[in-house]
Design a protein around this ligand. Structure first.
Ligand SMILES: Cc1ncc(C[n+]2csc(CCOP(=O)(O)OP(=O)(O)O)c2C)c(N)n1
Ligand code: SF4
Ligand SMILES: [Mg+2]
Length: 331
């Protein structure tokens, strides 16, 4: 089906057989077994290839990937301060442009990719991400979202799912639910707020060939500043056996609690449209995680109602939480 958008030319990965064999994020890390954020790192490096420089904001994907004298990174990689992901990407892209202009580097496309966590990119560093998306540099920011400040022992962030237990939101005798905010919708917010940014997407490393690898390639091909928000089950923080990471990735998407979409030149394209494909009850996703073990039926019903609203009442379902506009008579 035509989207009415110009055709984007990029080297599409058509399936598992067609996926490059080369790895640029290899052994030598200390992430937990079943860590989907580590899969995000591995896959973005695979999709972007050797002519890539990455900057990473403080968090699990910095700390667990840079134990003393060991690292899984084959591509050049630089640590940046928590919250400084956007600024570091702009600085790196500006530096490369200046070196090429002065003839100190040959003219070529070098991919600049920043990865920041949900706290580093979606809370603390949001202003820097916004600044980067208003720049005119070629850069991609990947916000890997494990729904907590995982590296410092699982504190709640603005992207933690409603009701989840974290070290900041333990269920108590007085209040069963301490995480009471609905998940911050970073990709939707950035797409709505940066009309000249040509590519914003959410993605899942659970579906490498079908989803994430090609979204990285598409973002890099479209160019300018671009943004991808990934959904990363975290066995430690979400409290499940590592063997279920992919299953939880699937259930998060199929229940509709994490919408998968792209916004290309202002048009929304659903990568998985649960309105057409059906939604599994959100309970199936919640009950497999220890962080929701304290929820009672009414809490699960509330979360289900909120997810229903996202898909049935939002002006742009799953993306923009407006519900139409009031005409002057209603004001
Ligand atoms: C300015 C600053 N405040 C606090 C810290 C401590 N700290 C290090 S990593 C981290 C959590 C980062 O969370 P997130 O960005 O979601 O990445 P994750 O650890 O989940 O991978 C915190 C709070 C820090 N390094 N710098
Ligand atoms: S705590 Fe979570 S995000 Fe951090 S390394 Fe372990 S599984 Fe990955
Ligand atoms: Mg995090």
């Amino acid at each position: 089906m035509s989207t009415g958008l110009p055709v984007i030319k990029y080297d599409k990965i058509k399936g598992v057989k067609n996926t490059p064999h080369e790895e640029f994020y290899t052994s030598g890390h200390r992430t937990c077994q079943g860590c989907e954020s580590a899969m995000v790192m591995r896959q973005f490096a695979k999709a972007s290839g050797p002519r890539t420089i990455a900057t990473g904001s403080t968090g699990c994907m910095y700390v667990a990937n840079t134990s003393y004298q060991t690292t899984p990174w084959i591509i050049p990689w630089m640590h940046t301060q928590l919250g400084a992901g956007g600024a570091s990407a702009v600085g790196m892209a500006a530096g490369l442009r200046a070196l090429m202009r002065k003839g100190k580097l040959p003219e070529e496309k070098i991919n600049v990719i920043n990865f920041s966590g949900d706290l580093g990119g979606g809370d603390m560093g949001l202003s820097g991400v916004s600044g980067a998306l208003q720049s005119d540099y070629d850069l991609l920011i990947i916000m890997y979202d494990n729904e907590s400040a995982a590296n410092t022992d699982i504190q709640a962030t603005g992207l933690t799912t409603y009701g989840a237990q974290t070290t900041f939101t333990p269920p108590g005798q007085k209040h069963r639910i301490m995480a009471r905010r609905w998940k911050k919708n970073v990709a939707g917010m950035l797409a709505v707020g940066h009309p000249t940014c040509r590519y914003v997407a959410t993605a899942s490393a659970t579906y490498p060939a079908l989803d994430f690898l090609n979204k990285v390639r598409k973002a890099l091909a479209i160019g300018g500043p671009t943004f991808i928000h990934t959904f990363d089950p975290c066995p430690k923080g979400w409290d499940f056996h590592p063997r279920y990471s992919h299953e939880l990735g699937e259930l998060g998407i199929k229940s509709g609690i994490f919408p998968l979409f792209e916004v290309i030149d202002g048009k929304v394209i659903y990568s998985y449209d649960p309105r057409k494909k059906g939604r599994v009850p959100v309970r199936e996703y919640l009950e497999k995680q220890g962080r929701f073990a304290h929820l009672v039926d009414e809490d699960v019903d509330y979360i289900q109602q909120m997810v229903d609203k996202m898909w049935e009442e939002w002006e742009v379902p799953g993306v923009a939480p407006f519900r139409g506009n009031l005409n002057s008579a209603q004001k």
